[in-house]
Design a protein around this ligand. Structure first.
Ligand code: SF4
Length: 328
């Protein structure tokens, strides 16, 4: 992995932010493209938000991208382009929690901070036979203290990298390689055959279903789009005209343009098609989406939306669900 052994806090921060809730294989391409386009934190800080979001497009969890921009601007404009080299300083950056602070602190500055990610939780819970659920404050605290206690403070970077790699390669979530594992004899999970149940989690994530319908309204080579605002998902990304409902809507209902806030009296319209349902799974939400494409003969005004050419639209960042539909 290109960020391994790296000591540049900018690159470590970038890789850590990108890999939160993202598979390594998926994050790797984004990491390389970001570094190519924004080789330093100053260049990232001075780039227009839309450009940063555009490059982030498809990686999901867009609040990470907003925090990335805010932190780049703070480091560049307020801290002279240098990342803080203390735990407190790192924690004052947006989107940097204890885990990321420990990763930057130990890998870039050699601070004696234990990095505790999912791999570390698993390794420690199994070796020490800890049954406290790791998604509860008590279990989390217990394992974090243990990780800090075990840390080789003089070699925090290599220690942290080693335990995370050990969890990823040997003490894997499924079928850990216990035969030949150096902890085979000491490991409580191995002695008591608890590998499959440790670490424990207490709750199942509740999934909320959302039914989002988009109207891709076209007229004279342009389409109506808006930037998403508010505290919801995809803030800062663009979208077509949205109609959201708690339950699935009937096709006939969607075909009536007044339901989308459009007065139809003097408009000539042509229905160009309605997509099949596109299902998009987020961590706590399942989005059910259909997109209706309609052409009208006038570029009407619709509050909050703007007409944009297809070329301009191609430059804007959209949620993965829409780019999949557009075939980008
Ligand atoms: S013996 Fe098995 S469960 Fe225990 S640390 Fe080694 S790989 Fe993990």
């Amino acid at each position: 992995m290109p960020w391994k052994g790296v000591k540049d806090p900018y690159k470590i921060w970038l890789s850590e932010v990108m890999l939160q809730q993202t598979r390594v294989e998926q994050g790797m391409g984004y990491y390389s493209r970001f570094l190519e386009r924004f080789p330093t934190v100053d260049i990232l800080a001075k780039s227009p938000d839309n450009q940063v979001f555009k490059l982030w497009e498809g990686l999901g969890y867009y609040s990470r991208c907003r925090n990335l921009i805010a932190t780049a601007q703070k480091v560049s404009f307020e801290l002279g382009g240098r990342f803080p080299n203390t735990r407190e300083g790192l924690l004052s950056l947006k989107g940097v929690g204890p885990y990321t602070a420990a990763a930057i602190g130990s890998f870039a500055f050699g601070l004696p901070l234990a990095v505790v990610d999912g791999n570390v939780f698993r390794v420690l819970a199994r070796i020490f036979g800890i049954h406290e659920p790791i998604d509860q404050p008590k279990g989390k605290k217990m394992l974090e203290s243990l990780a800090q206690e075990l840390l080789d403070e003089k070699n925090s970077a290599i220690y942290n990298q080693a335990i995370m790699d050990f969890g990823a390669v040997v003490c894997k979530p499924q079928q850990p390689l216990c035969k030949g594992c150096p902890f085979q004899k000491k490991c409580i999970a191995n002695q008591q055959s608890f590998q499959a149940v440790l670490p424990r989690k207490s709750k199942k994530t509740k999934i909320r279903n959302r039914y989002m319908y988009y109207l891709q309204l076209e007229s004279k080579g342009k389409q109506l789009v808006r930037e998403r605002a508010g505290k919801d998902i995809w803030q800062g990304l663009f979208e077509f005209i949205l109609l959201e409902h708690d339950e699935p809507l009937d096709e006939k209902y969607l075909h009536t343009l007044s339901h989308w806030g459009i007065k139809t009296t003097k408009l000539k319209k042509e229905m160009l098609g309605l997509s099949e349902e596109i299902v998009h799974q987020l961590s706590h939400q399942k989005i059910h989406c259909r997109i209706l494409r309609v052409n009208i003969d006038q570029q009407i005004d619709l509050e909050g939306y703007q007409w944009k050419s297809k070329t301009a639209i191609r430059q804007l960042p959209f949620p993965r669900l829409i780019t999949r539909y557009l075939g980008w």
